[in-house]
Design a protein around this ligand. Structure first.
Ligand code: RUQ
Ligand code: CUA
Length: 624
């Protein structure tokens, strides 16, 4: 090794251990190269832990303590990373066409996507029971086409997508936390209601929607129409309220207009009152949906909705793990607004003013966006313009607001660069454990090798367990995760092979019945006119058929069932020259439909490395 690369290697290690020092030009990474006492002769330096394991490092063969569920932004997907290693484990296609799995091209997923092949995922949240994750579902928004998707955590596959009526720019979403109940969804863009060509040039008539989707049935339950555009969403821990930040209370359609007012809102939705109004039939039909309640009465503050005034264009809204406070991050104001949830009943009862529910407004830095928690009474706010994470104490902020001379700010740590979202281990549950903090940075600039005009984002991992915040990992990620949740691994219980209980198996069974087929056994070509169904099994390294004969002009529906009952043994089907590739996991069935316009011999092969004879796992489609 050259002197230079030695130094580089040492500083990389030092970066991980957070304890590298240069002694007389020789790099010594304390804790990695033996005892500090005999390395360089200097003894342990103050602030270093000679024998401590490098923080955030997960040894080969060791597993992470947490799952990180990250949105994939414009990729339309969800990604699963191990935390703290930040190793990417899986990408789940949700709103996108995915060549790896055939998602968006296979029969079931084509129907799920309904012809819209792109999306923009921002916010991922898991289903809850009793204030913590219950390991059942993941929900994610599509800002591009106003949809909500659900992923089943047993298979980590998308199992439902619902289009949200009367909405554009579905942004913040949040499931209820006391049980798997409603998932609330905010429309960020105000539009004419209904949006069918009237009122287009009169933005004062535009309105937004706060929508509730049933987390079990994935059906839209109700919508509340409001004046404002709704940004981020949150729910309380008791099932009483949901929250939405609202910038552009001005109702403007230009940037200058949206920033004009010094004050905007946190909307508080009274869920019982809304349900009662729907039940009593106090509803409107808008755009064909008949369970819309009007939350615009009395200027916007009424029995369904109350608006808490907060400074200029708030962004994130996060509820503390003790369920006491909803904290809105100021964005254009250098503050966070702390709302005492216990005061909201009095706000709805008209006993106090909405603004009286604000119990603290600490100054956290320029451009606060989102807030995470450690379960020890501290909050961590991502600060975009200052490019720092600010750690502050909630109780001290309340005391300061009450006139006491205390400083709630505990520490600021630089992040690289321009942090958007933040989250911490179990932070969105009552079990927040204060171990790992994420800073999802929007720019990586000089942190990674340059790769052309578009660079990776930088998902930074911070050890938040000690007295001092410590940056332990730079995680390059393809653009662009917006948000992530970090979930203790024993909350999640994925299946090892497909158990064939997901809704899509009903359609395969229906087709098999039509054709008199035993899916797990039969290899047959069934013809009805020019529609041909190919039923085929796979078992490493063989397909059930090595020759399939069809006719030019046929429409072929090909179903492959992987009868291997071995974990991690996936097969698939690629029919060359026909834009057909799909994945078939162990014990799974998958199907894809395509046209065969031309005569000739076309090989099909297994695209997944499954056996020493994997390359031989193929056959000929003969088009006559
Ligand atoms: S937003 S950087 Cu789409 Cu979650 Cu805040
Ligand atoms: Cu089956 Cu490769």
């Amino acid at each position: 090794m050259s002197e230079d690369s030695k130094k580089q290697a040492a500083s990389r290690r030092g970066f991980l251990s957070g304890a590298a020092v240069l002694v007389g030009g020789t790099a010594v990474a304390w804790g990695l190269e033996g005892c500090a006492g005999d390395a360089g002769g200097g003894g342990a330096k103050p602030g270093t832990t000679p024998h401590a394991k490098p923080k955030g490092h997960v040894e080969p063969g060791q597993m992470d303590d947490y799952y990180g569920f990250f949105s994939g932004g414009q990729s339309g997907e969800i990604r699963i990373l191990g935390v703290p290693s930040m190793r990417e484990l899986k990408r789940i296609p949700v709103f996108n066409r995915d060549s790896t799995t055939g998602y968006g091209a296979t029969d079931w997923t084509k129907e799920l996507l309904g012809g819209t092949m792109s999306g923009d995922t921002h916010h991922v949240h898991l289903s809850y029971t009793d204030g913590t994750y219950d390991g059942r579902y993941v929900y994610v928004n599509d800002k591009a086409s106003a949809r909500l998707a659900r992923i089943g955590l047993k298979t980590m596959e998308t199992d439902a997508i619902v289009s949200i009526p009367n909405s554009q720019g579905t942004h913040g979403i949040f499931p209820q936390r006391h049980k798997t109940g409603l998932v609330v969804c905010n429309s960020e863009f105000r539009i004419p209601q209904p949006n069918v060509g009237a009122d287009m040039d009169d933005p004062s008539k535009y309105a937004g929607m706060h929508t509730a989707v049933d987390g079990e049935t994935m059906e839209v339950v109700w919508q509340v129409m409001v004046h404002g555009n709704l940004d981020l969403a949150a729910t309380d821990y008791e099932g009483k309220y949901s929250f939405a930040t609202c910038y552009n209370s001005e109702g403007a359609v230009t940037l200058e207009g949206m920033m004009a007012a010094d004050q905007d809102w946190v909307y508080v939705f009274n869920l019982a009152a809304i349900a009662a109004a729907v039940k009593a039939g106090k509803t409107l039909t808008v755009g064909g949906f008949d369970k819309v309640v009007d939350g615009r009465g009395n200027g916007g503050d009424n029995e369904l909705v109350q608006r808490v005034p907060v400074p200029k264009s708030p962004h994130g809204i996060n509820v503390s793990p003790d369920g006491k406070y909803a904290i809105a991050s100021g964005k254009l104001s250098p503050t966070c607004s702390v709302i005492d949830i216990s005061k909201l009943a009095d706000v709805f009862a008209g006993k106090i003013k909405p603004r009286d529910a604000v119990v603290a407004e600490p100054e956290v830095g320029l451009g606060p966006l989102h807030t995470a928690f450690d379960g020890r009474g501290n909050a961590y706010t991502s600060i975009f313009i200052d490019s720092v994470m600010t750690k502050w104490n909630i109780d001290k902020a309340i005391a300061q607001f009450g006139g006491e001379d205390v400083d709630p700010i505990i520490e600021k740590i630089d992040v690289h660069y321009q942090v958007g979202h933040t989250n911490a281990s179990m932070s969105e549950t009552k079990e927040a454990d204060g171990k790992w903090l994420l800073a999802l940075c929007k720019f990586s600039k000089d942190r990674f090798l340059p790769v052309g005009p578009l660079r990776a984002e930088n998902d930074q991992l911070i050890d938040m367990s000690g007295d001092k915040l410590e940056l332990v990992h730079d995680g390059a990620s393809a653009p662009e995760p917006h948000d992530a949740v970090i979930v203790l691994r024993d909350k999640i219980h994925p299946e090892k092979v497909q158990t064939r209980t997901d809704p899509r198996f009903k359609i395969y069974e229906k087709w098999a019945k039509e054709d008199g087929i035993n899916i797990m056994k039969d290899n047959k070509v069934i013809r009805k006119g020019n529609k041909v169904r190919v039923w085929m099994t796979s078992q490493a390294p063989n397909y059930g058929m090595t020759e399939v004969r069809v006719k030019a002009g046929d429409e072929v529906q090909w179903l492959v069932t992987n009868i291997d009952n071995v974990e991690d043994l996936s097969h698939g089907l690629c029919v060359v020259q026909h834009d057909v590739i799909m994945l078939v996991n162990a014990q799974d069935t998958n199907s894809i439909t395509f046209k065969v316009p031309n005569k000739g011999v076309f090989w099909y092969y297994c695209p997944w490395f499954c056996h020493a004879l994997h390359l031989e796992m193929r056959g000929r489609m003969i088009v006559e």
